[in-house]
Design a protein around this ligand. Structure first.
Ligand SMILES: Cc1cc2nc3c(=O)[nH]c(=O)nc-3n(C[C@H](O)[C@H](O)[C@H](O)COP(=O)(O)OP(=O)(O)OC[C@H]3O[C@@H](n4cnc5c(N)ncnc54)[C@H](O)[C@@H]3O)c2cc1C
Length: 258
């Protein structure tokens, strides 16, 4: 069974992020890391391939400056190879064109039985790329997976809902987007980190994949305004004089939590 995982490489969320005021986008010029959201997809893929007893996990990523640091983390976890799409012409590429680029990268890898993405990324989080990617590839998609299993050619997913979960199935090949916590991602071993250095990552441009227009020219999405998030206001501290619980209950009732 062959699985392709979409891995977004993002600025380290532990460092202060910076916006480019001229383009109103996140600055992505430093080192990029594997989005934690996608580490769940990589782990899920490795477990499914292991259970199937054969096949491999491949990666597709679109990122600036030929950046592969995040992909190397996924390769160190156990993925076999990857395609990186990196190209100055991609600057300003919106979610739909990203999906078209990733679809072409998937096709370059020869397709797969299953494609895995995260429900949403940590830095941009439109939460639209996985479904757009499935549509471009003409595949069924199941979203918000809290557990994933494959039985022969059937994909079985418990799909997170507000009330619990739905049991959803479809026929492979398909795309599934997974939620955080679907599995516990493994830490790359030292051996895995060393092996990842020599695993193949094919770096291509949008033109190599035959996708155009890209970048600002192809974007149907526009960021019209950016601003600072409002500072959080101080919370109210309830001193317990024996009746503190009543104030907390009144507060929760006012918020319609209870
Ligand atoms: C106006 C604008 C300008 C942009 N400019 C650039 C730019 O100059 N250079 C650049 O590299 N990016 C750029 N981006 C970001 C890039 O296009 C995003 O990857 C895309 O918009 C989707 O991001 P998202 O976080 O909303 O996806 P979501 O739909 O929230 O992501 C869900 C999942 O889809 C997959 N996925 C999403 N994006 C990627 C990706 N890039 N590679 C692999 N898997 C992915 C991952 O599994 C991810 O967890 C720009 C985005 C916008 C809106």
């Amino acid at each position: 069974m062959n699985v392709i995982v979409c891995v977004k490489q993002i600025p380290d969320p532990a460092l202060p992020g910076a916006l480019d005021p001229s383009t109103k986008t996140l600055k992505r010029d430093g080192k990029l890391i594997l989005d934690e959201s996608d580490s769940y997809g990589v782990e899920m893929a490795l477990q499914l391939v292991g259970k199937a007893g054969g096949g491999e996990v491949s990666l597709v990523s679109m990122a600036p400056n030929g950046e592969t640091s995040g992909m190397r983390t996924a390769l160190a976890m156990g993925a076999a190879r990857g395609v990186l799409v990196s190209d100055p012409a991609l600057q300003g590429t919106d979610a739909l064109t990203t999906a078209k680029i990733l679809a072409a990268a998937v096709q370059k890898l020869g397709g797969a039985d299953l494609i895995i993405a995260a429900t949403e990324s940590s830095d941009g989080y439109t939460g639209t790329v996985p479904e757009q990617l499935a549509e471009v590839l003409g595949l069924p998609s199941i979203t918000f997976a809290k557990s994933v299993d494959v039985d022969g050619t059937t994909l079985k997913v418990n799909r997170q809902t507000e009330a619990g979960f739905d049991e959803v199935t479809c026929t492979l090949p398909a795309l599934v987007s997974v939620t955080a916590g679907v599995v516990e991602p493994r830490y790359p071993s030292f051996k895995g980190i060393m092996a990842a250095k020599s695993k193949p990552v094919d770096t291509v441009t949008a033109a190599d994949l035959g996708v155009s227009p890209v970048g600002w020219a192809g974007a149907g999405q526009e960021i019209v305004e950016i601003g600072q998030a409002a500072a959080r206001q101080a919370g109210e501290i309830v001193e317990d004089d024996g009746e503190g619980y009543a104030k907390i209950v009144a507060f929760l009732e006012s918020k319609k939590v209870i």
